[in-house]
Design a protein around this ligand. Structure first.
Ligand SMILES: Cc1cc2nc3c(=O)[nH]c(=O)nc-3n(C[C@H](O)[C@H](O)[C@H](O)COP(=O)(O)OP(=O)(O)OC[C@H]3O[C@@H](n4cnc5c(N)ncnc54)[C@H](O)[C@@H]3O)c2cc1C
Length: 509
C-alpha cells in the first residue's frame, strides 16, 4: 500500500478534501498549524452549488440546521428598494443560501472526517517539502519545535492565503493586493429585517453597507470605510455607520468579532505541481462581495477529492489529474472578475455613476433574464466544465452537455441513487443495453417501471418521461462523475463517448 495523502490545513477546504478521500477509504493525514480550531466566523454564506456537494457528503441537514436559509437578495439606495432578486429561481434542489458561521461549517466537516476515523493533527506546521516521481517528503514542525520528515503519496496545500505549500512549490499569487477597505462585525442586534434575505445599502457619500441576518439575533455587517483609514474596528464605529446607511434599523447589543480588511484579488497560475495540488485560499483570494471565497474553495475540494482518490489507487490518467487545474482555475478567475465588478459597482463615488447604477439595477432586475443571471451567478449554479480535457460530449445538442452539473429530476429517485455513490454512475435512458467493460461504474436505467433489468445495478422509475424531457435526451447515456458533473454524454445507441471518457481518464493499459 502506498503512503497516505497529506492534507496541509484544516480550514473548510482541507477538511472537505480530506473527507472526500476518507470516504473513499484512502488513508489521509491532516495537519494544521493552529492548536485549536479558529473562532473567527469569516465566511457566512454557503451557496446552492456547495449545498448540492455537501448533500452528497451527507452533512447537508447539519449545515442547514446550523444556520438560516436566505432566499432573496435586496438592494436599497436613498431610502427605497432598488431591486429584490428571489434565489428560488435558480436550477438547484437547494435554491437558497445557508447563512452560518464558518466555525460551524468547519465543525460539521471535522465531525464528518472523524466519522471516517481521521482526526486533525493540531499545532503541526509544514515547513519543508520535496518530491520526486514516486512521492512527497514533507517536513512538519510541532509546536514544541520538534521536526519530523514524513512520506506522502500526494499532498494537498489547503493552508490558506499565506500558504507555505505555495511557497515551497515555488509559485505565488498574482493579482492586485490593494483595494477598498471594509469594517466588518459579527454582532448580536435588534432589527426589523426579514431574516430570509441578504441586503446591500448603497450610500451616496460613504460606500455600501451589507447586512446578513443570521440565526437568532446574530448579524453580519460589512461596511466600506475610507481606504486610508487606520482606525481600529469598534462597535461604536459600526453602530454609527449602520445608523447612517440603514436608517437606524439596527441596534447592536454586543459584538462577537470585529475586524477591518482590505480587498485583494489574486490567483496562482498553476494548481498542480507534480504530486502537489493547491486548493482554496492557497490558490485564489477574492473580495468577500458575493461571498464566494469559501464556496469556490469547497468546490475545488469536491473536484479534487475523487480524482486524487483515483490517483492514489493508480486508476487516474495524467489527463484526469491535470483536469483539476483545467476545470477549477477558470472558475476562480471568473469569480475574481465577478466579485471585482460587484465591488466596483457597490463602491462608486461619482454621484452621476451612482444614479446610473441605481436606475440600471432597478430596471434590469425587473427583467427575468437579468434576475436569473444574477441569482445563478451568486449561487454558483452555472459552474460547468465544458472545456475540460477530461469531458466528452460538451458539443452535443441536448439540454445537458458534457461538463454540466447533472440537474435534479424532481419526481424520480435519481438524485438519491446518485447521492449514495462515491464512484461514477452511468445513467441510461430508453431501451438500450448496459455498457460492458466499465469496471466499478454503477449502471442505472431510467425506465417506465422500476422492475430489475439484466446488466443494470438499479432501475429508476421514470413513468412519464420526466428525466428524458429534463435532459433533452430520450435515448442515450449520461456518465455522471463522482462530483455530480457529466463526464460523457452519448446520444442514441452510440456508446463511443462513454468509452472515450474512460480511455481519457484511466491509465493506458
Ligand atoms: C473577514 C473575512 C470574511 C469573509 N467572508 C466570506 C464570505 O462571506 N463568504 C465566503 O465564501 N468567503 C469569505 N471569506 C473567505 C473565506 O474565509 C476563505 O475563503 C476560506 O476560509 C478559505 O478556506 P481555506 O480552507 O482555503 O483556508 P483557511 O480557512 O485560511 O484555512 C487554512 C488553514 O491552514 C492552516 N495553515 C496555514 N499555514 C499552515 C502550515 N504551514 N502548516 C499547517 N497548517 C497551516 C491555518 O491554520 C488554517 O487553519 C472571508 C474571509 C475573511 C478574512
Amino acid at each position: 500500500m502506498s503512503e497516505p495523502v497529506l492534507v496541509v490545513g484544516a480550514g473548510p477546504v482541507g477538511l472537505a478534501v480530506a473527507g472526500e478521500l476518507a470516504r473513499r477509504d484512502v488513508p489521509v493525514r491532516v495537519v494544521d498549524a493552529l492548536a485549536a480550531p479558529t473562532t473567527e466566523s469569516r465566511a457566512i454564506v454557503v451557496h446552492a452549488r456547495s449545498l448540492e456537494m455537501l448533500e452528497r457528503v451527507g452533512v447537508l441537514d447539519d449545515i442547514v440546521a446550523s444556520g438560516i436559509k436566505a432566499t432573496g437578495v435586496e438592494m436599497h439606495a436613498s431610502g427605497r428598494t432598488l431591486a429584490r432578486v428571489e434565489l428560488d429561481i435558480v436550477d438547484s434542489p437547494h435554491p437558497y443560501s445557508v447563512l452560518t458561521a464558518q466555525t460551524e461549517t468547519e465543525r460539521i466537516l471535522a465531525g464528518n472526517l472523524a466519522k471516517h476515523g481521521v482526526e486533525v493533527e493540531r499545532g503541526v506546521s509544514l515547513v519543508g517539502l520535496e518530491q520526486d516521481a514516486d512521492g512527497v517528503r514533507a517536513t512538519l514542525r510541532a509546536s514544541d519545535g520538534r521536526e519530523e520528515t514524513v512520506a506522502a503519496s500526494w499532498l494537498v496545500g489547503a493552508d490558506g492565503a499565506h500558504s507555505a505549500v505555495r511557497r515551497q512549490v515555488g509559485t505565488a499569487l498574482e493579482g492586485s493586493f490593494h483595494g477598498e477597505r471594509f469594517l466588518m462585525g459579527d454582532v448580536h442586534a435588534e432589527h426589523d429585517f426579514d431574516p430570509r434575505s441578504m441586503y446591500t445599502f448603497f450610500s451616496a457619500h460613504d460606500g455600501p453597507l451589507m447586512v446578513f441576518p443570521m440565526k437568532g439575533d446574530r448579524m453580519r455587517l460589512i461596511a466600506q470605510i475610507p481606504t486610508a483609514s487606520t482606525d481600529e474596528a469598534s462597535q461604536e464605529w459600526l453602530q454609527r455607520i449602520t445608523d447612517e446607511r440603514a436608517a437606524g434599523r439596527i441596534r447592536i447589543h454586543d459584538s462577537l468579532w470585529l475586524t477591518c480588511f482590505e480587498i485583494r484579488h489574486a490567483q496562482v497560475p498553476q494548481y498542480r505541481f507534480g504530486r502537489v495540488f493547491l486548493a482554496g485560499d492557497a490558490a485564489h483570494i477574492h473580495s468577500p462581495a458575493g461571498g464566494q471565497g469559501m464556496n469556490t474553495g469547497l468546490q475545488d475540494a469536491f473536484n479534487l477529492g475523487w480524482k486524487l482518490a483515483a490517483g492514489y489507487r493508480g486508476t487516474a490518467s495524467e489527463t484526469l489529474l491535470d483536469s483539476y487545474h483545467a476545470e477549477r482555475h477558470p472558475v476562480a478567475a471568473r469569480v475574481i472578475e465577478f466579485s471585482t465588478r460587484l465591488t466596483h459597482l457597490s463602491t462608486l463615488a461619482n454621484p452621476v455613476a451612482q444614479h446610473l447604477r441605481n436606475a440600471l439595477l432597478h430596471t434590469a432586475t425587473g427583467l427575468g433574464p437579468t434576475r436569473h443571471a444574477l441569482a445563478e451567478e451568486t449561487e454558483e449554479t452555472t459552474v460547468a466544465y465544458h472545456d475540460s480535457p477530461a469531458v466528452v460530449g460538451s458539443a452535443v445538442r441536448p439540454k445537458v452537455r458534457g461538463g454540466d452539473h447533472l440537474p435534479d429530476v424532481p419526481g424520480t429517485e435519481l438524485r438519491s441513487v446518485l447521492s449514495a455513490e462515491t464512484g461514477h454512475v452511468l445513467v441510461t435512458l430508453g431501451a438500450l443495453p448496459a455498457v460492458a467493460e466499465l469496471p466499478g461504474v454503477r449502471q442505472v436505467l431510467l425506465a417506465d417501471t422500476g422492475a430489475p433489468v439484466d446488466g443494470f445495478d438499479a432501475v429508476v422509475a421514470d413513468p412519464d418521461g420526466r428525466a428524458a424531457a429534463r435532459l433533452g435526451l430520450s435515448r442515450g447515456r449520461v456518465l455522471v462523475r463522482p462530483d455530480g458533473y457529466v463526464g460523457a454524454l452519448a446520444e442514441g445507441e452510440d456508446d463511443r463517448p462513454v468509452r472515450a471518457y474512460w480511455e481519457l481518464t484511466t491509465p493506458a493499459r
